[in-house]
Design a protein around this ligand. Structure first.
Ligand SMILES: [Zn+2]
Length: 126
């Protein structure tokens, strides 16, 4: 019977809490998270929609500048709003929210501008 034990047990770093743990460990003894999950479930979560959040912010800013052009401002603000909602799940959540807010304002201005334009056109005051 040979005792398979050395003075230096093989250690690895826990990806969650960065504590040193046994290489063969399935569950981290420091944070209690399953280390087998990392390889299977962690991978799909890498998908990050932060690009959409940034695009939403850019479109939101643009819609605020382009609101006086109803043909331009309407689709831009709507797309900015949709991308912002999708981008909420990303790491750049703040940008997505800013994009949603600005796109909403842009959309309101576009609608108001169209309504005023239509009203003035209808009454012949344009
Ligand atoms: Zn841990």
């Amino acid at each position: 019977m040979t005792e398979f034990q050395t003075n230096e047990p093989r250690l690895k770093k826990c990806p969650f809490c960065a504590e040193m743990i046994q290489e063969a460990a399935i569950v981290c003894r420091h944070c209690g998270r399953s280390l087998t999950e990392t390889e299977t479930n962690y991978q799909p979560q890498k998908k990050d929609n932060y690009g959409l959040a940034i695009t939403s912010l850019a479109l939101g800013i643009f819609s605020l500048l382009a609101w006086f052009l109803p043909i331009c401002g309407f689709p831009i603000s709507v797309i900015g709003l949709i991308l912002g909602i999708i981008g909420m799940n990303s790491s750049k959540r703040g940008l997505a929210i800013a994009g949603i807010v600005m796109s909403s304002i842009g959309l309101l201005l576009t609608v108001a501008n169209s309504a005023i334009g239509a009203y003035l056109g209808y009454t012949g005051q344009l």
